[in-house]
Design a protein around this ligand. Structure first.
Ligand SMILES: Cc1cc2nc3c(=O)[nH]c(=O)nc-3n(C[C@H](O)[C@H](O)[C@H](O)COP(=O)(O)OP(=O)(O)OC[C@H]3O[C@@H](n4cnc5c(N)ncnc54)[C@H](O)[C@@H]3O)c2cc1C
Length: 390
C-alpha cells in the first residue's frame, strides 16, 4: 500500500485520520501516481483537459464509501481536507476537475436546492452522470460581481428566460449543467438556475491561451433567451448572502488547496535537490538550498494549521475566510517561487513539475477573491470603513 507522508505536518494532523480514511487516501495516491501523474506534462503542453479521470475517481467512492460516512451522513471535514490536499499535491487541475463537481456543484445543489431536487440529482452528481459547474463571473464584472451582476432572469408563464454572458467558467465544456447566477429582471433577487448545458441559446467557448491551470478548460458562455423551468431554479438561493451561505462548508477548501500545492512543489524541489550535483555534491547538501526547503516546509506547516482549524472549527462571517485566503495564497506564491529557485533552469521545464505549481499558484491567487478584495473585506471589519469604491 502507498505510504502517506506529509512533510510540514509538524503538528501531526494526519495522525487524526481514521484507518479507513488513511486507506482511502493511500489508494487514491496510488491511483494518481500510477495513472494520472505520467500524463500530466504532455497534456499540459497540449492544453488538454482531464475529463477522463472523473469516472475512475467516481468509482473510488472517495466521498460516499460507507466506511467513511459518519453518523451525520457525511464524511469528516478533516478527511475532506486531506482529500483536497492529496489531489492538489499532484496537480491543481486534478482537484478542480473532481472537486468542481462533487464539492462546488454538489454543495450548491445541497444548500440551494429543494428536497426533491437533491433526491433526483445527488446520486448522479456523485457518480458523475449528472455533472455541473458554477457560472457567476461575467466579462465585465469580476471582483464587483455582487454589485454588477448583469445576467438577467425574466419570469414567464412557462418558467424563466435567461440573458447574459459569463466568463472563466471552469469545466463548463465538460458539464451537463451550468449553475447560472442571474438577477431577477423585475425584482432585486439574485437567483441560481441549473441550466442544461445543451439548452437552445447556450453557447460555450473554451478560452484559449491560458498560462495557468491549463488542464482545466475555462469557458466564455453566452445565454441568449435561454428558457428554463421553475423546477430548475434552486429555491433556497435568493441573494448573494444565500450564495455565501451555500459555500460556507467549502470555505476551508482553498487553504487545503494551497497546502497541497505547496507539498507538490516541495516534493519536486527536494527530489531535484537530491539528484542534481554541482561543485561535486548534491545541491541538497548546501545550506542555501536547505534554507529554501525549510522555508517551504514552514509555509506548509502554517497553511496546514489554518486549513485544519478552519475545517474542524468553522466560523461564521466574512473575515476568517478572507484572511485565510490571503495568507494561504501568499504562502503558496512564496513556496512555489522557492521551489522554482531550487530547480534552476530546469525548473521552468514542465518535466520537472515545479512549473505547473508555479503557474497554477497565479490562478489560486486570483480566484475566490483577489488579495485586494480580501484585504478590503478584512480592512472594513478592522476599521469600520469600507474602502471598496475609493
Ligand atoms: C483559473 C480561473 C478559474 C476561474 N473559475 C471560475 C468559475 O468556475 N466560475 C466563476 O464564476 N468564476 C471563475 N473565475 C473568475 C474569478 O472568480 C475572477 O477572476 C475573480 O473574481 C477576479 O475577477 P477578475 O479576474 O475580473 O479581476 P478584476 O476584478 O478585474 O480585478 C483586477 C485587479 O483589480 C483589483 N481590484 C478590483 N477591485 C478593486 C478595488 N475595489 N480596490 C482595489 N483593487 C481592486 C483586483 O484585486 C485585481 O488585482 C475563475 C478565474 C480564474 C483565473
Amino acid at each position: 500500500m502507498t505510504e502517506l507522508d506529509y512533510p510540514g505536518d509538524v503538528l501531526g494532523f494526519a495522525d487524526d485520520l481514521t484507518d479507513a480514511e488513511r486507506a482511502t487516501l493511500a489508494r487514491l495516491r496510488g491511483f494518481l501516481d500510477e495513472t494520472v501523474r505520467p500524463v500530466l506534462a504532455d497534456r499540459w503542453e497540449r492544453g488538454e483537459n482531464l475529463a477522463d479521470i472523473r469516472a475512475p475517481l467516481a468509482a473510488m467512492r472517495l466521498l460516499d464509501d460507507p466506511a467513511l460516512i459518519g453518523a451525520d451522513g457525511t464524511v469528516r471535514a478533516l478527511y475532506r481536507g486531506f482529500l483536497t490536499l492529496e489531489l492538489c499535491r499532484l496537480d491543481l487541475a486534478v482537484s478542480m476537475t473532481y472537486g468542481g463537481q462533487v464539492s462546488m456543484f454538489r454543495t450548491l445543489v445541497h444548500e440551494g436546492g429543494s428536497r426533491e431536487q437533491i433526491a433526483a440529482w445527488d446520486a448522479g452528481i456523485l457518480d458523475f452522470t449528472f455533472t455541473g459547474c458554477f457560472a457567476l463571473t461575467e466579462p465585465d464584472h469580476g471582483s464587483d460581481i455582487a454589485g454588477g451582476l448583469s445576467t438577467t432572469a425574466r419570469r414567464t408563464a412557462d418558467g424563466w428566460v435567461l440573458d447574459g454572458a459569463k466568463r472563466w467558467i471552469g469545466n463548463a465544456t465538460i458539464s451537463d449543467n451550468i449553475v447560472v447566477v442571474a438577477r431577477e429582471h423585475d425584482g432585486d433577487r439574485v437567483l441560481a438556475f441549473v441550466v442544461p448545458a445543451d439548452a437552445p441559446g447556450v453557447t460555450r467557448t473554451v478560452m484559449a491561451g491560458k498560462g495557468a491551470v491549463r488542464l482545466v478548460h475555462n469557458a466564455d458562455i453566452v445565454l441568449d433567451g435561454v428558457v428554463v423551468g421553475e423546477d430548475r431554479r434552486l429555491p433556497r438561493i435568493a441573494s448573494f448572502r444565500d450564495i455565501n451561505r451555500a459555500f460556507r462548508t467549502l470555505r476551508a477548501t482553498i487553504v487545503w488547496t494551497a497546502a497541497g500545492m505547496q507539498l507538490g512543489a516541495y516534493d519536486a524541489a527536494v527530489r531535484y535537490a537530491q539528484q542534481r550535483e554541482q561543485f561535486g555534491r548534491p545541491i541538497a547538501g548546501y545550506q542555501l538550498i536547505q534554507d529554501k526547503l525549510v522555508r517551504i516546509a514552514a509555509n506548509i506547516a502554517q497553511t496546514l494549521a489554518l486549513a485544519v482549524r478552519t475545517a474542524t472549527n468553522p466560523r461564521g462571517g466574512d473575515v476568517t475566510p478572507a484572511l485565510n485566503k490571503l495568507i494561504a495564497a501568499d504562502r503558496l506564491r512564496e513556496s512555489v517561487a522557492l521551489a522554482r529557485e531550487i530547480t534552476g533552469g530546469n525548473g521552468i521545464l514542465i518535466d520537472h513539475d515545479v512549473m505547473r505549481f508555479f503557474t497554477d499558484a497565479e490562478a489560486v491567487y486570483t480566484f475566490e477573491g483577489t488579495r485586494e478584495v480580501n484585504t478590503l473585506i478584512v480592512g472594513r471589519a478592522l476599521t469600520g470603513h469600507s474602502a471598496f469604491t475609493r
